[in-house]
Design a protein around this ligand. Structure first.
Ligand code: ATP
Length: 328
């Protein structure tokens, strides 16, 4: 069970940790929806929880906030046990939870007053920063999806929290509203606030997060900076072009990072790690004839997640990239 803050330390916990979770388990009936989960969030980081639907991401952040009582495991958030010390923790954590809602008739300004715990809260400044000053008198029901999400961000940040928890923050927003919410999250990061983010938007995780935890069936499959996960689990990078006269195929095969070269007539696909983009490019430039049909495919976090969730080895996944009727 969770231990109270100050009553001993958790293995592997560091002074920098804002959130430390060890062996977290949460069951509904006989079903464990979080099953032996370990997680750390360090001060000033943006950490993302990503994974399949029903993986237990929301349940995990609800346990971290003290909204759900774990069945087993140890939790420490800003030095407090969220189960036994929720009162002390509440003013330090700001959150925007999945499916947040406010009463339809509550006006933006009233919501800010309601959620502010002291007169020194930065309500006015936050409304200004998130472009909601003009909407101060508008009822919640009249706000667009983007305005609602920005209002929830304002409410989450009102009392200068040290940890902000955001669950599917940009769900359903148009691309421009998404970008403006991302910019707001980056501002938080720049100001040193620690952010724990649950998201299905992998471009969002890639753009914002210092590290991500990939969850499936209540467990962490892997964790790390998005670029490292892509290297470990994403498909290989590919460079495709029509081979200029004078460049031998064998020369391409021996470049650093190349795993495989396929060809179909003079059309070539070189597969390997990201370094091949630079090496193949250099060979082409040196040859003096850079092909006009050159194209590059770089794996992203979505590739990595699919690779991880499907248990598909990265090398095999390149089969999808094969040239029709090609050779190796
Ligand atoms: P999603 O990405 O779909 O939001 P998630 O990873 O956030 O999913 P959770 O919302 O934590 O997953 O849910 C994990 C599992 O626990 C799901 O199968 C869900 O149906 C189940 N669950 C969540 N809350 C309850 C509850 N109060 N009672 C019973 N089962 C629940």
């Amino acid at each position: 069970m969770c231990r109270a803050a100050g009553l001993g330390t958790i293995d592997g916990m560091s002074e920098l940790d804002v959130v430390t979770v060890r062996g977290l388990r949460k069951t509904y009936g006989t079903r464990a929806v979080v099953d032996g989960l370990d997680l750390d969030v360090h001060a000033g980081e943006i950490v993302g929880l990503i994974g399949a639907n029903g993986a237990g991401k929301t349940t995990t952040v609800e346990c971290i906030q003290g909204l759900r009582r774990p069945d087993a495991g140890m939790l420490r958030v800003l030095g407090y046990d969220p189960v036994t010390q929720a009162e002390q923790l509440r003013p330090l954590v700001g959150s925007q939870l999945q499916d947040s809602a406010l009463p339809d008739r509550l006006r933006v300004g009233e919501a800010v007053e309601l959620f502010a715990t002291s007169r020194t809260s930065d309500g006015g400044e936050l409304l200004e920063r998130f472009g909601l000053v003009e909407r101060r008198k508008s009822p919640f029901s009249s706000l667009s999806g983007g305005e609602r999400q920005r209002l929830f961000l304002v409410l989450a940040l009102l009392n200068r929290p040290r940890l902000v928890i955001l669950d599917e923050l940009t769900q359903g927003l148009d691309p421009s509203a998404r970008r403006s919410v991302w910019a707001a999250v980056r501002q938080l990061h720049d100001a040193g606030t620690t952010v724990l983010l649950v998201t299905h938007e992998l471009d969002e995780a890639e753009a914002l997060c210092d590290r991500v935890f990939v969850m499936r069936s209540g467990q962490v499959l892997d964790a790390g900076p998005p670029a490292e996960l892509v290297d470990r689990h994403g498909r290989r990078a590919s460079v495709r072009f029509t081979l200029p006269v004078g460049i031998p195929l064998d020369g391409l095969r021996h470049l650093d990072g190349v795993r495989d070269v396929e060809w179909d007539g003079r059309r070539v696909a070189v597969h390997g790690d990201r370094r091949i983009i630079a090496h193949v490019g250099a060979v082409l430039v040196r040859s003096g004839s850079v092909p006009t049909d050159l194209s590059v495919r770089v794996p992203d976090l979505e590739d990595a997640l699919l690779g991880l969730l499907d248990g598909e080895p990265a090398a095999d996944a390149a089969a999808e990239d094969e040239l029709v009727g090609g050779h190796r």
